[in-house]
Design a protein around this ligand. Sequence first.
Ligand code: ZN
Length: 688
Amino acid sequence: MSAVPASAAPSADNPLLEPSRLPLQLPPFAEITLEHCREAMLAGMAEQRAEVAAIVGSSEPPTFDDTVVALERSGRLYRRAGAVFHNLASSVATDRLREIERELAPLESAHADALRLDPALFARIDAVHAQRHAVGLDAEAVRLVERYHLDFVLAGARLDEAGRARLTELNRELSELSTTFGQNLQLATEAAAVVVTDAAELDGLSPEEVAAAARAATDRGVDGFLIPLLLPTGQPVLAKLRDRELRRRVFEASVGRASGGAHDNGPVAVRIARVRAERARLLGFDTHADLVLADQTAGSTEAVDAMLARMVGPSLANAQAEAAALGEVAARDGVAELAPWDWAFYSERVRAERYSVDSTALRPWFELDRVLVDGVFAAAERLYGYRFTPRPDLAGYHPDVRVWEVTDADGQTIGLYLGDFYAREGKRGGAWMSSFVTQSRLLDTRPVVVNNLNVTRGADGQPTLLTLDEVNTLFHEFGHTLHGLSSAVTYPRFAGTSVPRDFVEFPSQVNEMWALWPEVLAGYARHVETGEPLPASVVEAIEAAQLWGEGFATLEYLAATLLDQAWHRITPETEVGDPQEFERAALEAAGVAYDLVPPRYRTTYFQHVFAGGYAAGYYSYIWSEVLDADTVEWFKENGGLRRENGDVFRSRLLSVGGSVDPLEAFRAVRGRDADPMPLLRRRGLLSA
Ligand SMILES: [Zn+2]
């Protein structure tokens, strides 16, 4: 079933047609245009269809090599071009790119379906699956067969012809809806940026932040100042703005995003949830959540519910206790009743008063390059022996992007690392790691990975200073990078971060532990002007202050998680009605409805679940945090920042990627199953 036009022949000078000749196959960005990406992806899909036709058309009986390995080898052009295009779509989107994205998204989805719904291909995989233990395959190969088999079953390979046709239709619609959701959100978020005409209203922001707001206004062609919105509900400026009315405007712009007008995502979300429910039914599951969890380490909705239920009560109680403390401080300012737009502002005040930590005042100690080189890189060297050498001769896809070559303790080059840290128009919100090339022995490739952040660049000639949150984010995203760089698997299907969603955040969360580790912190937290280290008293205060705000943080996260579950536990018969009303009722029912603490994402801007890969999977962060907190204790029990510890974690867990059962890899490090107590303790949820 071909949905790709025949006119897909690429021009001969298309640099994506051959593997890049740059080191480690870094794409030659300077030569690649969007039109090259488009043609190469179309040609790549056609090429992969031909490769699969050859596999299926073989008259030989199916074997592991001629079926499963052949599939792993197929689609190299498509993968190469797609990696470039999808990274550009996240980091440097333009109108033309969005147009191509809208054109290609349904074709890509149809392509994936055509592969996974090919009955002849499934018959061969099924046959290899049946004999997988009898033909002398090694453990990674057996697992590869099993994963392919499960992929195909979950994708509908066992459906009859009418079922397959219906499934393709639903997938095509979902793909279009997700693209619409993401594009609506980006445009609605840009449109919802808050315009301020009077500089006096910006009282509380630093001179650099005021200058950045003025620049943002100029870039947009408006007078005055512009406060752009970031992806989650909470906006960093809310912690600083003294003008309560402006706080209200920023908050309302944030929570009202994409919930009306030209870019209304409400109906889009309803339709996405409904189509997913119908698809789950077709595949034999009660709900989309059941379908998703069948393929995760959690395994079932019951397991997820049990874990979440354990946290709801204590989180709400902690958030209410925090609200009482905030109310007292706010009352001194004459605020009669605390509003949600006051939370961050007074939370910061309480933090400063109780713990003497003013997190905005810490920024001069967190200069981006020092944090990266003397903090993040240095910790990776101490733990894993990795070294990072700048390669200014290698260009990224935008002038902001910098490239490093990564070598291991033996001096062998193991990968390239790209850093793209600054916020700009056309880049999606948030922070993430992704790959241009993944590691595999089969294809003889080494990883080329990128970290994106959305840090506000220092004013002209000034250094870029991070908040403590941004420092943590950098360590977190670099944890994903370490997962990608450490990969040592045979099959590309298992490379690096190709693990279940509720496991993938675990290594990155563990890497956050080094941000405040004394030896690491001493290396990077130096005052940008004086070079003075961050005083020990401040570090102690930061640590003491870490429990402050955990009630809020856990509750806003749980609210988003339970909202995600609610949307994905509907059946095709569920009367959803008004999406805002559905959201309110879902939060009520889950016991997390609390006006002062809205969900971290509301339905209309919940990109993770409606336009990302986290549908029914937003719970993953806390699921993997259980593993994380337990592993942090393991590092501490064994002396912390030592090569011996890093080697165990790298060789038994990071390097194996998805090639072994994730919880088995965890046990290989920890020596037992995960214990949830360290997490509950860390979040202060035991005392509530
Ligand atoms: Zn992450």
